[in-house]
Design a protein around this ligand. Structure first.
Ligand SMILES: CC(C)(COP(=O)(O)OP(=O)(O)OC[C@H]1O[C@@H](n2cnc3c(N)ncnc32)[C@H](O)[C@@H]1OP(=O)(O)O)[C@@H](O)C(=O)NCCC(=O)NCCS
Length: 329
């Protein structure tokens, strides 16, 4: 077998819609309060896609930013992977529209559905293709318009989520010169459809007047069970990296932006200070597959990715599915 090609990150990009939905705005829509939301989640506002904006259009802006950061032309891309659970439509893949709009004339593409773990899983798939030599330049975008599957009468879910997109381009480490891919993990525990899901619109509950009447096209969630699961796997994933590489190697943790309290509880459990974590949940809420790449780009802009140090990205969500991505910057 040929030797594996070392992989790096050529470019990072992000895009969030202009419109802000604050906690005070939500107070006018459902029975909630700014105080409750901030105390339980750390979220102060989230972004909402404008009429006419769709997942591929958010993804397009993030992808363009990543290409500019990489100094790469769209024709140089070999593969486009779009991680999303709110694609433009059930099929064809949102990646096909994205690749077309971007001008990625040579690229193949597909979508990857792993909810909040989507970017972390897709990045490992991308890195595998580059490592093997099958593709040279792979674009991964995590993009979501969750506002279109939220029930703004359900205070248990509608306050938590927002819209956005983030992107990364993987290529050989030689070309990228930074962000060496060191690996990661992909895990699942099935049979959890009732904990966090969009039940309607698939083969189990096809869209009918009745399914719409029952609101099955909206996201449903059992919050407390998700909370406990998220704290446990976050702590396990980060502890695993420390056991393998040592505490000193750790530069920054850029986790799925799930909930400030989940992040704080997990950090306390591992005995690590909060200044090791990058968060932006106060401004965007939970943007599912977009959350890690948006945070990664912002951590980069803020100078939080330190040369030679590890960047750990734990993610977890519906499935249940969880895992992490590990880079050395
Ligand atoms: C949803 C979540 C914030 C609730 O926090 P919590 O500390 O478990 O909530 P509590 O048990 O203190 O309170 C629940 C009560 O608050 C109420 N409540 C829920 N949402 C509310 C809101 N937006 N505003 C006011 N009250 C709300 C509930 O109706 C419930 O009331 P009840 O006790 O009368 O039934 C928390 O469970 C959570 O973050 N879970 C993880 C969810 C998540 O991140 N999912 C995505 C994973 S990828």
């Amino acid at each position: 077998m040929a030797a594996l090609i070392p992989v790096g990150v050529a470019g990072l990009g992000r895009y969030v819609p202009e419109r802000r939905l604050t906690n005070h705005d939500l107070e006018q829509i459902v029975d909630t309060s700014d105080e409750w939301i901030v105390q339980r989640t750390g979220i102060r506002e989230r972004r909402i896609a404008a009429d006419g904006e769709v997942t591929s259009s958010l993804a397009l802006e993030a992808a363009r930013a990543a290409l500019a950061d990489a100094g790469m032309a769209p024709e140089e891309l070999d593969l486009v992977i779009c991680a999303t659970v709110t694609g433009d439509q059930p099929f064809p893949a949102t990646a096909c529209r994205l690749g077309f709009d971007l001008g990625a004339a040579r690229a193949g593409g597909f979508d990857l559905a792993a909810a909040c773990s989507g970017f972390v899983f897709a990045s490992q798939v991308a890195a595998g293709f580059v490592q093997s030599g099958q593709f040279r330049n792979v674009l991964v975008v995590g993009a979501e318009v969750l506002s279109r599957i939220l029930d703004y009468r359900d205070r248990n879910t509608c306050v938590l989520f927002g819209d956005g997109a983030g992107a990364a381009i993987y290529t050989s480490l030689e070309r990228a010169g930074r962000g060496e891919f060191l690996g990661g993990s992909i895990a699942m525990e099935g049979g959890a459809e009732s904990i966090l899901a969009q039940p309607g619109g698939g083969s189990r509950h096809p869209a009918t007047a009745d399914s719409v009447q029952q609101g099955l096209h909206f996201m449903k969630m059992g919050g407390t069970r998700v909370f406990r699961f998220a704290v446990r796997v976050f702590a396990e994933l980060v502890q695993g990296v420390i056991d393998r590489h040592g505490r000193e190697a750790l530069g920054v943790i850029v986790p799925h932006q799930v909930n400030q309290r989940i992040i704080e509880s997990a950090m306390e459990q591992i005995g690590l200070p909060m200044d090791l974590v990058f968060t932006n949940i106060d401004r965007y809420g939970n943007t599912s597959a977009a959350s890690v790449p948006i945070a990664l780009r912002e951590a980069y802009e803020a100078g939080r990715l330190q040369k030679g140090k590890l960047v750990v990205m734990p993610a977890f969500g519906a499935g249940m599915a969880w895992g992490h991505l590990l880079l050395r910057w």
